[in-house]
Write a protein that binds this ligand. Structure first.
Ligand code: NAP
Length: 443
């Protein structure tokens, strides 16, 4: 029988994820010891209410409300409480007491990550957070370790399961946004306050983490351009389907060059965008997540799987625990965050992508040429135009015929496109700018 070194593990939180982590630590103790080279002793679980109802039956004596007492005795602290405070203070306390920390807390990392990483660096502790982005899907370690020898150019992520579930329902079952939201709430995909998900805040937190790792730069969450899905209509989803696209809420981290200054920087942004149905991300259905990484030498890589769930998230947390335990056994400092590139985060106006602009225009000869003129003056070059059957609208001098134009553009600067759309909206031939969507995932 192998005698393993004993490592004391403190768990903060026994909710959906924490209770599964505790269960697995107890049930798989032997295997985890063999894999990490240390026996992982769960010394206690901090909760708010020791008599609270739990998903998993665990020995009652493990529960405590005294998180600090656990932290000071632990070699590894697993923070699964969520929120900013007291999670942040507990993590700092753990690091300063010489423990390694594992957390799944994206909200905390997105807002206070640099402070926590710096604290860990100072004492050589390890801060692991695989579950903070896309839960069960290994993406943090692939970016931090496996791809550390490559140069990442772009990441496109479907990192919010709730909004993917809703958009997928609209695409595959023809739901309206309201119907999709109702079903998502009933199935527990949406919180009582869905703002974090549907307005893109959760995805922006994950974009911050992904962009920081991919581009070796500290990217503040405030620098992430964010648009949610609440403005996406059934008409847009239907039209996207007809054109061979699907609408997905994407978290994008991209290496870009400022066209004016020639300076290399990065863009981090979240918005609903059109993706070709041929793109691997188009096949990400339901509440699943996926992260599509484009690296200079590795080429395109797709990481796909469950983006939430107690057991699924616990898998990633335990991987982090084993990795921290191995470091304890081997000795030496933890792997710090790499921020050496320090690239500027460029404004959304500097981003160049393709667009699909849908206009309702007067159905008269010469209108198409006039619209093309406005686009070309604005520096937006047209790739495709589709005109639908004319319809009639009421006007001050009776009725007039209108047609719908769906214009696909070549790559254009976001700032040029925005200015051009303003010009189009003011043009006498244009009844309405029906929709403007970016097209992502293409050259
Ligand atoms: P949860 O179900 O709300 O559980 C939170 C737990 O933390 C509860 O046991 C609660 O105790 C405890 N807690 C909260 N505040 C505390 C405090 N001040 N002192 C002591 N204990 C406290 O949360 P969760 O869904 O497991 O999520 C945990 C973390 O994982 C979050 O950061 C979340 O963003 C992240 N995450 C979750 C998922 C997922 O699918 N759920 C996926 C990826 C990442 P009581 O039970 O006594 O109230």
């Amino acid at each position: 029988m192998i005698e393993y070194r004993n490592l004391k593990v403190a768990l903060l939180g026994a909710g959906s994820v924490g209770s599964q982590v505790a269960r697995l630590l107890l049930e798989q103790a032997d295997e985890l010891a063999a894999r990490s080279g240390a026996s992982l002793e769960l010394i206690g679980i901090a909760v708010r209410d020791v008599d609270g109802k739990r998903d998993v039956d665990l020995p009652r004596e493990l529960y405590t409300t005294d998180a600090e007492a656990l932290i000071v005795s632990a070699d590894i602290v697993i923070e699964l409480m969520g929120g900013i405070e007291p999670a942040k203070s507990y993590i700092l306390q753990a690091i300063n007491a010489g423990a390694d920390v594992v957390t799944a807390n994206k909200a905390l990392l997105a807002t206070h990550g640099p402070e926590l990483f710096q604290a860990a660096d100072q004492v050589g502790a390890q801060l692991n957070y695989e579950a903070a982005v896309a839960a069960a899907i290994p993406i943090i370690r692939p970016l931090r370790d496996s791809l550390a020898g490559d140069r990442i150019n772009r990441i496109l992520g479907i990192v919010n399961g709730s909004t993917n579930y809703m958009l997928d329902r609209m695409d595959r079952f023809g739901d309206t946004m309201e119907d999709a939201a109702t079903i998502a709430s009933e199935l527990g995909y949406l919180e009582a306050d869905p703002t974090l998900d549907v307005e893109g805040y959760d995805a922006a937190q994950k974009a911050t983490i992904l962009a920081s790792l991919a581009f070796h730069t500290t990217v503040p969450v405030e620098a992430v351009h964010r648009e949610g899905i609440t403005t996406v209509t059934k008409a847009q989803v239907d039209s996207a389907r007809a054109e061979g696209y699907v609408i997905k809420l994407l978290a994008i981290a991209e290496r870009i060059v400022d066209a004016e200054t020639g300076i290399e920087g990065l863009s981090a942004r979240v918005y609903p965008a059109l993706i070709s149905r041929e793109h691997p991300l188009a096949a990400v259905h339901g509440g699943n997540n996926a992260v599509f990484v484009e690296a200079e030498n590795a080429g395109s890589l797709m990481f796909y799987g469950a983006g939430a769930g107690g057991k699924e998230t616990a898998s990633a947390v335990l991987g982090d625990v084993v990795s921290a335990a191995r470091r304890h056994v081997a000795g030496g400092p933890g792997v710090g965050e790499s921020t050496h590139a320090d690239l500027p985060v460029l404004d959304i106006g500097k981003v160049s992508t393709r667009y699909q602009v849908t206009l309702e225009v007067d159905d008269q000869p010469g209108v198409l040429a006039a619209i093309a003129g406005v686009l070309s003056e604005g520096g937006v070059s047209v790739e495709t135009v589709q005109q639908s059957i004319a319809s009639s609208v009421a006007s001050s001098d009776g009725t007039k015929s209108t047609a719908t134009l769906v214009i696909g553009t070549h790559r254009a600067l976001e700032s040029s496109l925005a200015a051009t759309v303003e010009q189009l909206a003011a043009n006498d031939h244009v009844e309405a700018v029906v929709s403007v969507l970016r097209v992502e995932g293409a050259e």
